[in-house]
Design a protein around this ligand. Structure first.
Ligand SMILES: O=CC(=O)O
Length: 355
């Protein structure tokens, strides 16, 4: 498969990565680029047919990577490169078993996703869905200003004597970038549950937490049980990887432990939050509101979905990293991961597959 032997490296790409990025793969004599030609998610059959003999696949979150696809690609495959930080759509055990690397795109999207976490916390807390809808529907004239009309739950501490606690499920790069944005809002404490249900040894210590507290200028940063994240937080950010280990980690029991004034934000994967439980608890006023960038079963979330119907549940169609700047960086990293694999070089960013 090397260009030295005269043949080209076949790289299959399931979406056009745009004019800034495609030249990384297009402008090379040693690459046989096979690109899904349409501006929509790649057809499974096309991918299965075209993967054969590929040395690398550049895929999106909408492309499932499993034994079927890896069998179709065959033994030439060195890497799958996903244009995402999440890898719930990839069977990592199958990759590890076959010695196929997984390229992914952390870091470059951290700031964009942290931005949207704050945006969701504000929008959900301040009743933006209900109130902006009545404006667009021409109903504002029916409401004259009154002292407590449309009041929401305030993200920022209303004065310096009030404590605010941020809670995180998953405490990686995006969580820390979100926490740093909350400091100017007057947040004083942080509690987190890292990799809930994980069997891996904890990667943090009380000393590390205290140094983080110092770094952020908070009174405390504390690793706690999931239940305490629910109980203590004014806003809970779900930012852990998807997959069986974290499935429905936010269930009815978790939601019932949250403060009635608290807001839930999910910018990770829909599968971490039990949608039916969330709709029920919102309906009954168990928590104040929810801001979701991801929902179980997406994109099949129709207007009659129980969460869509909840006035205090604000939903975005998975756009956490969707800024022009960030998507170009993600696409570029995905292309460079695939190219490096094809050239037999270390991937700029590979997920450790542990065996
Ligand atoms: O959700 C988006 C990603 O995983 O990059």
């Amino acid at each position: 498969m090397s260009s030295a032997s005269g043949s080209k490296h076949k790289i299959v790409v399931t979406r056009n990565l745009g004019p800034d990025v495609m030249p990384i793969l297009q402008d090379r004599d040693d690459v046989d680029l096979v690109l899904w030609p349409e501006d929509r998610a790649c057809d499974r059959d096309w991918l299965l047919q075209n993967a054969t003999g590929a040395i690398a696949l550049v895929i999106m979150v909408s492309d499932k990577v499993n034994a079927e696809l890896l069998n179709a690609a065959g033994p030439s495959l060195r890497a799958v490169s996903t244009m995402s930080v999440g890898y719930e759509h990839v069977d990592v055990k199958e990759l590890a078993k076959r010695g196929v690397a997984l390229g992914y795109t952390p870091d470059v999207l951290t700031e964009a996703v942290a931005d949207i976490c704050i945006m969701l916390a504000l929008i959900a807390g301040r009743n933006v869905k209900e109130t902006s809808t009545l404006v667009t529907e021409g109903k504002w004239p029916n409401f004259s200003w009154s002292p407590f009309l449309f009041c929401g739950s305030q993200l920022s501490a209303p004065n310096p004597s009030v404590n605010r606690t941020a809670g995180f499920i998953g405490f990686g790069r995006i969580a820390k970038a979100t926490l740093s944005r909350l400091v100017p809002f007057g947040f004083t404490h942080c509690v987190y549950a890292a990799n809930p249900n994980s069997t891996k040894p904890p990667s943090s210590s009380a000393a590390a937490d205290s140094s983080l507290a110092q770094q952020f200028g908070l009174r405390s940063v504390e690793k706690v049980d999931l239940g305490l994240v629910a109980e203590r937080s004014d806003v809970v950010f779900v930012l852990a990887p998807g997959g069986p280990e974290t499935y429905h980690v936010v269930d009815e029991a978790f939601l019932r432990k949250m403060k009635k004034t608290a807001v839930l934000v999910n910018a990770a994967r829909g599968t971490l939050v039990d949608s039916d439980a969330l709709a029920k608890v919102l309906r009954e006023g168990g928590i104040w509101a929810a801001g979701l960038d991801v929902v179980e079963g997406e994109p099949k979330v129709s207007a009659d979905h129980p969460l869509v119907k909840e006035p205090r549940c604000f939903i975005l169609p998975h756009i956490g990293s969707a800024t022009n700047e960030t998507r170009v960086d993600m696409a570029s990293l995905a292309a460079r991961n695939a190219l490096a694999a094809a050239l037999g070089q270390p991937l700029p960013c590979a997920l450790p597959l542990g065996g």
